[in-house]
Design a protein around this ligand. Structure first.
Ligand code: APR
Ligand code: PHB
Length: 394
């Protein structure tokens, strides 16, 4: 088989890239190691920046989003018995859109299925070849049969644990990483949210987040130990702990609602530089990870994909390699800004072991945030999403 762009991974990054390329008449094949149902069963964050929403509109996959998503003009911070509502709209003119990543993936998958563009699910032993030169290939096995795709480019959209980044010689990549000494225990429940905005809480017992997916579904988190197991937490224990952390104003309204999903995720900051090796381009979680505080993961994947799409389109339309050459530095500027913001939110809101000085810094930082419009504006500007970099660096 031959195609123009072989896309590894059918998460939001791979699917959005495939969709934008399709609209620009560039062919692609998506190779995904998991099944469609498995990909759609993953519960991830659900806050979209306005730039991400515009990109989904441009990709023609925002109809259901506009019917079902919730637009939030503010977000909350709970700390030391007080609750601050950050007026995102008033401070930046922008809002955020609450729509689960699973739903974004669903809409993109449906659009690809409807167009007939090829995707191979449950592709085994995906391997990348000869992408240092101009004759890149990807091999894989499907239902016991060996296949190979020859292509102009490979887009590595296969997440943090994928094969793409690992196929680049280690000497060609510089890795920047911070692993945090805690995780998030998340619970999904079908109950109307008693809060009208997302609330991020710093409490003496650790971080908590009150989020939601729809007018009838909540998603909540508590900071937990990395050794913790989901089986150790009954729903009742989760809600008891959540109430102790979320602040008195909210605690009384939190019901003991049964979970429909519970999982523990570790927190990590990670960047691999550069995002290009020859004809292989990394995008999304394959190149970088942010801790979920601030909900930047999917939004950052979307900006990588926009830049890669624009670079490939200019290659095919104008025979120009300039966009491809600029791809990695262009991505990295926005990636590092989102890394900074996610690290900052994580640092200010979680309980770190044995760090009395750090605790005082958090108290001081959050008091300042509660009192200063300038500090709130800085947070709001990052939370709603920094602008995309134009191609050409101007
Ligand atoms: N071959 C083919 N596919 C693979 C391989 C492989 N060797 N390894 C992983 N994959 C697939 C995964 O099964 C997954 O479906 O690649 C896909 C990567 O998708 P995501 O992990 O969702 O990553 P990405 O599309 O970059 O989306 C970024 O995901 O982690 C969240 O918060 C993050 O919201 C952000 C978003
Ligand atoms: C979520 O709804 O899962 C969510 C929301 C905001 C975050 C992280 C996760 O910062």
């Amino acid at each position: 088989m031959r195609t123009q762009v072989a896309i590894i991974g059918s998460g939001p990054a791979g699917l959005l890239l495939g969709r934008l390329l399709e609209l620009a008449c560039v062919q692609s094949v998506i190779l995904e190691s998991r099944s469609r149902d498995y990909v759609l069963g993953r519960i991830r964050a659900g806050v979209l920046e306005s730039g991400t929403v515009e990109l989904l509109e441009r990709a023609g996959v925002a109809k259901r989003l506009h019917e079902e998503a919730l637009v939030h003009d503010s977000c909350g911070i709970a700390f030391a018995g007080g609750q601050l509502s950050i007026d995102l709209k008033g401070l930046t003119g922008k809002s955020v859109t609450v729509y689960g990543q699973t739903e974004v993936t669903h809409d993109l998958m449906n659009a690809r299925a409807a167009s007939g563009a090829p995707s191979v699910y449950e592709a085994e032993d995906v391997a990348l070849h000869d992408f240092g030169g101009t004759s890149a290939r990807v091999s894989y096995r499907h239902q016991g049969v060996a296949h190979e795709v020859a292509c102009d480019f490979i887009a590595g959209c296969d997440g943090f644990h994928g094969v793409s980044r690992r196929s680049i010689p280690a000497s060609a990549l510089k890795i920047f990483e911070r692993v945090y000494p805690f995780g998030w225990l998340g619970l999904l429940s079908d109950v109307p949210p008693p809060w009208h905005e997302l609330i991020y809480a710093n409490s003496d017992r650790g971080f908590a987040l009150a989020s939601l997916r729809s007018p009838t579904r909540v998603r909540c988190y508590v900071q937990c130990s990395l050794e913790d197991r989901v089986e150790n937490w009954s729903d009742e224990q989760f809600w008891d702990e959540f109430r102790r952390r979320i602040g008195d104003e909210m605690a009384a309204r939190v019901p003991n609602a049964p979970s429909i999903e519970k999982s523990i995720a570790p927190l990590r900051s990670f960047v691999a530089e550069p995002l290009r090796f020859g004809r292989l381009f990394l995008a999304g979680d394959a190149a970088h990870i942010v801790p979920p505080t601030g909900a930047k993961g999917l939004n950052l994947a979307a900006s990588d994909v926009l830049y890669l799409y624009e670079s490939l389109r200019s290659f095919y339309r104008e025979k120009s390699e300039r966009g491809l050459d600029e791809y990695s530095p262009r991505c990295l500027k926005r990636i590092w800004r989102a890394e900074r913001f996610s690290w900052w939110m994580t640092s200010q809101l979680h309980r770190f072991p044995d760090d009395a000085f750090g605790r005082r810094m958090q108290e001081t930082e959050l008091e300042y945030l509660f009192e200063s419009r300038a500090a709130q504006q800085s947070m709001a500007e990052n939370y709603v999403g920094l602008p995309f970099e134009p191609m050409g660096g101007s």
